[in-house]
Design a protein around this ligand. Structure first.
Ligand code: NAP
Length: 496
């Protein structure tokens, strides 16, 4: 492992970019101060404050909802083609500004620049995809079976929406919600995580430049997410809550949403199994595991959490992944050769350390890594653990860090049992060259998504979402826009 860290202040390009990021709340097309004053945004690679922005109060949140409600009738009545064209202009502008968005995410969140560029590409696709989907919102018309009338089924935007996004994919988690909402004719209030609000503010500016009508998208940044969010969720004018984040917070928000019987989409936690059979192509499996585990420094809901590897190939698999991990560079994501940036904050480092320590105490072996890295910044060594024992916390909890934990298995039934032994069901990965076995695994795994000989599944054209406690609803694909539409059935008498 090479340590590429340098304690560096922002360079001129970064300072210029940050100066161009708005520092206010975006409400009814105006940038304004927050009633709670300001909050600081920090670069996790250096610990340095990079920008100070507005801190919203509950009253600011209400003002944002007022704006979304005022703007709703006109936006819902805007032709679908025009709504789609706004999203297309936003997509085009994002391509022009892709380097700026990538750098901004690396600064505020820490992911390596190459991965940040990948997120811009992925996040942009939701604008293009849903820009195209807007024109395809359709209903149906036809006789009822009795022949006594005509049935009309039509689709309508659900109304003003509240979108809450996490820190780990600051752009893509926002576009994955804003894209379908706007395409469907909904107006929104967006609340990004306080740790990474800059990307959303910069994206709101991009939407403004693309010709966004006032109040269609409103952004509130706050250090007090509960106090700002609960009154919005309990406001009877709100009709939809879309949340991406941890299962615990999602459960709390679902309780609040129950009062108004809100439509909800919940993209929650994961505990992805990554199963490698003895008939797998080991080169492909190692590549897939590295991508599925270490992308975003392990901080992805889709991250491979449990490497379930057939005993016959477990040692060879461990040897090869360890060799790869030992070649990683740690450092600020802007530096050349860096594959492992910082974790988002100190509590993420502490959590990774506690999970590794618990696994080791219960009998796991550390093949490489296994320790926090001394500051500045909040880094944890990329780590490989083998022989992780049943009952270890690391098999039950989301690691959200660069720790690859290998558990051996003997039979296909064992693999299925281990893979399904979790309250989550977001994504599963399976590596086998046996087609029938692959098909059996598709049918037997309790999972909303599956990568069969593939380590990254996300795609704007696919329905992203989980089973069990990983959530409700789907984002992306043909399904994604229906999260923001409601159905009306009308019966009319026979016209003849
Ligand atoms: P989190 O703590 O649940 O926060 C997510 C969002 O909720 C942030 O905007 C946060 O704002 C806000 N929030 C926290 N407490 C709140 C409250 N009481 N009321 C209203 N909003 C509240 O999750 P995280 O640590 O940011 O993100 C990591 C989690 O997200 C992981 O569990 C990961 O698996 C999950 N995730 C899921 C998907 C998916 O598609 N399934 C995708 C990405 C991430 P503040 O941080 O400002 O408080």
């Amino acid at each position: 492992m090479t340590d590429n860290r340098q304690t560096q202040l922002l360079d001129a390009r970064e300072a210029e970019l940050l100066a161009g990021v708005p520092d206010g709340l975006f409400i009814a097309g105006q940038w304004r101060a927050g009633e709670r004053g300001t909050l600081d945004v920090t670069d996790p690679a250096t610990g340095q404050v990079v920008k100070t922005i507005a801190d919203a109060s509950a009253a600011d949140g209400r003002a944002a909802l007022d704006a979304a409600c005022d703007a709703f009738p006109a936006w819902a009545a805007t032709p679908a083609r025009e709504r789609g064209e706004l999203l297309r202009r936003a997509f085009d502008l994002l391509q022009e500004r892709k380097e700026e968005f990538a750098l901004l995410m690396t600064i505020e969140m820490g992911k390596p620049l190459a991965e940040a560029r990948g997120e811009v590409a992925y996040g942009g696709e939701f604008l293009r995809w849903f820009g195209e989907e807007a024109a395809r919102i359709q209903g149906r018309y036809g006789p009822n079976p009795e022949g006594t009338g005509r049935m009309i089924v039509s689709q309508h935007p659900v109304g003003p929406c509240f979108l809450i996004t996490p820190w780990n994919f600051p752009l893509a988690m926002a576009t994955r919600k804003i894209g379908p909402a706007l395409a469907a004719g909904c107006t929104v209030v967006v609340k990004p995580a306080a740790l990474t609000p800059l990307t959303t503010l910069y994206f709101a500016k991009l939407l403004e430049d693309a010709g966004l009508p006032k109040g269609v998208v409103n952004v509130v940044t706050t250090s007090s997410s509960g106090a700002v969010s609960e009154p919005i969720i309990r406001d009877p004018r709100l009709r939809k809550l879309s949340f991406t984040g941890s299962t615990g917070v999602g459960q709390r928000l679902l309780e609040q949403a129950a009062q108004g019987v809100l439509r909800t989409s919940m993209e929650l936690g994961g505990n992805a199994p990554f199963v490698v059979f003895d008939d797998a192509d080991l080169d492909k499996a190692v590549d897939g595991a590295i991508a599925a585990k270490f992308r975003n420094i392990g901080q992805a809901c889709t991250a491979a959490n449990r490497l379930i590897v057939h005993r016959a190939v477990a040692e060879e698999f461990a040897r090869r992944v360890t060799e790869r991990v030992q070649g990683f560079g740690i450092g600020r994501g802007t530096e050349d050769g860096v594959t492992i940036g910082p974790l988002i904050n100190q509590s993420a480092v502490d959590k990774a350390a506690a999970l590794v320590d618990d696994a080791v105490e219960r009998g796991a072996s550390v093949r490489t890594g296994g320790r926090p890295v001394e500051g500045p910044g909040t880094f944890y060594e990329p780590t490989v653990l083998t022989d992780v024992q049943p009952g270890s916390d690391i098999l039950r909890e989301e690691i959200f860090g660069p720790v690859l934990a290998i558990v051996p298995f003997d039979t296909e039934d064992d693999a299925v049992r281990l893979a399904n032994d979790t309250e989550y069901g977001l994504v599963s990965y399976v590596y086998t060259e046996n087609l029938a076995r692959g098909q059996r695994m598709i049918e037997r795994l309790e999972t909303g998504m599956m990568g069969l000989n593939v380590g990254v599944v996300s795609n704007a054209a696919a329905p992203f979402g989980g089973w069990k406690m990983s959530g409700l609803g789907r984002e992306g694909g043909a399904e994604g826009i229906h999260e923001y539409l409601q159905t009306k059935y009308t019966l009319t008498p026979n016209p003849f």
